[in-house]
Design a protein around this ligand. Structure first.
Ligand SMILES: C[C@](O)(CO)[C@H](O)COP(=O)(O)OP(=O)(O)OC[C@H]1O[C@@H](n2ccc(N)nc2=O)[C@H](O)[C@@H]1O
Ligand SMILES: Nc1ncnc2c1ncn2[C@@H]1O[C@H](COP(=O)(O)OP(=O)(O)OP(=O)(O)O)[C@@H](O)[C@H]1O
Length: 288
């Protein structure tokens, strides 16, 4: 069995510039990885089939699974005769705004590149990943990056200042399409992406905390007031910065000292079933 880690991502900034003719939105977002990951196991099948095994009841085991789609697209493009059995050990909350499915797809692309001996570069894998979903190219590279276009144009950044991230996901799933669909473009208050980039390059923790911003928050918080409540709780328990990740509903707190992380984690456990205290990773994994 060949194993590949599929880390979750958070958006430190998420800005939308305008709606595109293709129905997607032009975005400008800073994403980074955290130490919460699914584990993808891959085994070559001689019968040419693609099989998915995931024990999470919210994750489809068929062509709807993004890991399945990753195997299928590689098989079709490179006329691969072999198949693969894919086991997904799910640790990232589903439909959470943490790119769980996108990261599984990216990990599957990278793992199949090895076991099917395709010899593709990261750039080629990211290009293929963009056909699966807008977050997949970032997940192929990992680390920290500025993503533009519909999210598929990736410019690598250094890792931010070391810190902890407390993630809290209310028990609801959010449709990314619905959130983007309800966005009022002319009412957007744009975050300062350039300042966030500067804070990352300087490894300036305080500047990073003061530069976070996600324009999709207004939509998700109006549709799901419990997400706004969670933001307030995270602030009350003392996080240095609080933001919703992606289209939500996960809220994350940025914390500089491990001592405070436990207090915030324990406090939130009183309100929320899915709470995680993880390190911000921020560096690219070595290519498998
Ligand atoms: C919200 C984020 O997760 C932030 O990282 C991403 O922008 C969304 O990434 P994703 O879930 O991989 O998105 P996709 O699966 O490609 O698209 C889902 C739906 O979200 C909307 N969508 C997505 C990306 C984008 N730049 N503009 C959009 O309007 C579209 O309605 C699309 O049909
Ligand atoms: N491997 C997978 N893991 C999780 N969900 C998957 C997977 N494959 C397909 N899905 C489907 O995709 C939907 C969105 O799941 P996902 O966890 O990727 O959302 P997300 O974290 O909000 O993604 P993003 O942040 O990119 O919007 C789920 O409702 C699930 O049915």
């Amino acid at each position: 069995m060949y194993y590949v880690k599929a880390p979750a991502k958070i958006n430190l900034t998420l800005d939308v510039l305008h709606k595109r003719p293709d129905g997607y939105h032009e975005v400008e977002m800073i994403m980074t990885t955290v130490d919460l990951a699914d584990r993808i196991g891959l085994e070559v099948r001689e019968d040419g089939a693609i099989h998915i095994l995931s024990v999470d009841r919210f994750v489809p085991n068929d062509h709807r699974n993004l890991a399945y789609q990753a195997a299928k697209i590689l098989k079709d493009i490179y006329r691969v005769k072999k198949g693969v059995s894919i086991t997904i050990e799910k640790n990232i909350p589903v439909a959470a705004g943490l790119a769980g499915g996108s990261s599984d797809a990216a990990a599957t692309l990278k793992g199949l590149n090895v076991i099917w001996e395709l010899g593709l570069s990261l750039d080629e894998l990211a290009e293929i990943g963009s056909k699966i979903g807008s977050d997949v190219p970032f997940c192929v590279y990992g680390g920290t990056a500025l993503a533009t276009g519909r999210g598929e144009k990736i410019q690598e950044l250094p890792s931010p200042a070391n810190c902890w991230i407390v993630l809290a996901k209310p028990t609801l799933g959010v449709s990314t399409a619905d959130i983007y669909g309800n966005l009022k473009i002319n009412e957007i208050e744009h975050p300062n992406t350039a300042l966030m980039i500067e804070s990352i390059q300087q490894k300036d923790f305080d500047l990073m905390c003061s530069s976070v911003g996600n324009v999709l928050e207004d939509v998700t918080l109006k549709l799901y007031p419990e997400v706004a409540g969670l933001k307030d709780q995270m602030k009350k328990f003392g996080a240095d910065a609080v933001l919703m990740s992606g289209s939500g509903p996960t809220v994350f707190g940025i914390v500089d000292h491990e001592t405070r992380v436990q207090r915030i984690y324990n406090g939130l456990r009183g309100f929320c079933d899915e709470v995680y205290a993880v390190r911000l990773m921020g560096d690219r994994e070595p290519l498998a």
